[in-house]
Design a protein. Structure first.
Length: 292
């Protein structure tokens, strides 16, 4: 790790690397979004192929050039993200179409998210192993499991308990009676846990260790937080965009710190899932105003 830090002796190089990481992260997750890509279908597919091929070439080159070799792991992470996002975009809706489910129903939304999570998580894990890295490189390990479960589990239950109020305050929730929430509960939990696992692995799990040799733990976390927050800018499920982004930034810092502190992904997934519960309650209450 110290040798890698020495490869970026000047802050100018680190700043350039930081801008490159942020730019590529936003390109992959905003321009080629798995939810709302910005390009028309033919340009989108060609763009995905071009970006993925370019990253693959850079990874290959970094493996053979001693000056680029320290960056290979980070480039590989971006390549894995590009593949995972593209597979999510291409295949995530097929299960719902096959089952004939309504993606605007509680069950349909939950199964769509579960399907997306399976595609992303399995892709990240498979490519990580195939490229010679171990699962601990993406925080899939026991680590300080007791501390992670204590903090993550406590945050999950506190957020779940306050979720009706939080949904009404920040996520346009309405008519959130106990009866409606109980009816939705299995699908809410599936959605929250699947989304948290997908996002924690795709952002923090995939990149924190890869950035640390160049920036240290705090700045690595800050860079991931910056990208993660920006990809949530413009979401339509909050009644206070600025307030939502401020809260999300703080939470993202905590999730990253928790992952680094416990050396494990599990506490961050639980914490994140708990905070997603009021989001999905707000969304469902507006989809089903007449009742579930």
């Amino acid at each position: 790790m110290d040798n890698h830090r020495l490869s970026l002796k000047k802050w100018g190089g680190r700043i350039a690397l930081a801008f490159t990481f942020v730019a590529l992260g936003l390109l992959l997750y905003i321009v080629f979004s798995p939810l709302r890509p910005m390009l028309d279908r033919s340009a989108d597919y060609l763009g995905r192929i071009a970006v993925t091929a370019s990253l693959l070439a850079l990874v290959w080159l970094a493996g053979r050039n001693k000056h680029l070799k320290p960056y290979r792991s980070l480039l590989l992470g971006l390549l894995i993200m590009a593949v995972a996002i593209s597979l999510d975009w291409v295949f995530a809706i097929y299960l719902l179409d096959y089952l004939g489910l309504n993606s605007q129903s509680p069950m349909g939304m939950a199964l769509l998210k579960l399907n997306e999570s399976f595609i992303v998580v399995s892709t990240v894990i498979t490519l990580t192993l195939l490229t010679g890295s171990s699962l601990d490189s993406i925080y899939i390990q026991k680590g300080n499991l007791k501390l992670g479960l204590l903090i993550g589990g406590t945050a999950f239950f506190l957020s779940a308990a306050a979720s009706p109020w939080m949904a009404g305050f920040l996520f346009k929730g309405q008519n959130l009676s106990p009866e409606r929430i109980i009816a939705w509960l299995p699908w809410v939990l599936i959605f929250a846990l699947a989304n948290a696992a997908q996002e924690e692995l795709l952002f923090r799990g995939l990149f924190l260790r890869k950035l640390e040799p160049f920036f240290g733990k705090f700045l690595s976390n800050a860079l991931v937080v910056f990208v993660f927050t920006l990809v949530h800018q413009g979401v339509n499920y909050t009644s206070d965009q600025l307030g939502f982004l401020i809260v999300l930034t703080l939470l993202a810092f905590i999730w990253g710190y928790l992952m680094q502190k416990t050396d494990s992904i599990w506490g961050s997934i639980l914490f994140h899932a708990g905070m997603d519960i009021p989001v999905i309650l707000g969304i469902l209450s507006n989809l089903q105003r007449s009742g579930a």
